[in-house]
Write a new protein. Structure first.
Length: 253
């Protein structure tokens, strides 16, 4: 039986980003929900293993890729969402190609599908996904996407999860530059502000633990990333509308 088309699509730059950022909120989004991993392609055999994959304990790029796909499948099954992978290899293995697979995927979505894209805090790979999606949506004349705070990166803001979060992002040079970039061209309005309950946290923790190959390396950069009071404890999503600098289309810059 052919599954019904998704009502909600989340663009996840890498295999873990959507779950780290939105696992608590996903059950509240209109379903069916599909997570689309943009950097989901298998690396070429000519690539040596990247520094990050070595830190995560892998000997080859393909070993890391296959383990991550299996981890992602388990997390998506746990959350009850569909998983789609585009054919762009991860950053260290991408050979400089543009993210053209986003174009065709978005063009095939029903116009009423709600799309979520990352705000792209401190992550150039995430920004490439964000900007490509905005440009394609603008050319297609589609509804503006929702924008989610990518975690754990945005979650290190001191005011994270508080009523002062947006104001702090508008001033922070450490964690707010991507947010400021978007608000210079668009109007962002808070759509979802979720501080996870114990039950929501338990589900998110279980989903995040599916990505076990990366947790030790993430902890080296992000401290207590899996702690109940850590950067994953709150989730945040904004609507995006044209602002004073973005009246020619959602993809204008």
């Amino acid at each position: 039986m052919t599954p019904p088309p998704p009502a909600t699509v989340i663009l996840s730059p890498h295999f873990d980003d959507a779950v780290l950022s939105l696992a608590g909120l996903i059950p509240q989004l209109p379903g069916p929900v599909t997570i689309v991993t943009v950097y989901g392609g298998e690396p070429g055999s000519h690539h040596p293993v990247s520094w990050w994959d070595t830190v995560c304990g892998f000997s080859t790029a393909r070993e890391a890729y296959r383990a991550r796909r299996a981890e992602d499948a388990r997390a998506c099954e746990l959350l009850g969402v569909e998983s789609v992978v585009l054919d762009h290899p991860d950053g260290p293995y991408i050979d400089g190609a543009e993210l053209t697979a986003i174009d065709g995927f978005l063009a095939e979505l029903a116009p009423e599908t709600q799309l979520l894209i990352p705000v792209a805090t401190n992550q150039s790979d995430h920004q490439k996904v964000r900007d490509r999606a905005l440009a394609v949506l603008g050319k297609l004349g589609r509804r503006p996407p929702l924008v989610y705070a990518d975690l754990p990166y945005t979650g290190h803001l001191d005011e994270w999860g508080s009523p002062e979060t947006d104001d702090a992002l508008s001033r922070s040079y450490l964690y707010g530059l991507a947010y400021q970039d978007l608000t210079s061209r668009h109007e962002l309005r808070l759509a979802h502000d979720l501080t996870l309950t114990d039950d929501q946290w338990a589900l998110k923790r279980d989903a995040v633990l599916c990505y076990g190959s990366q947790l030790a390396a993430l902890a080296a950069d992000h401290g207590m990333v899996i702690a109940r009071t850590g950067p994953l404890r709150a989730e945040r999503v904004w609507t995006l509308e044209p602002g004073a600098g973005g009246t020619e289309g959602i993809g204008s810059s």
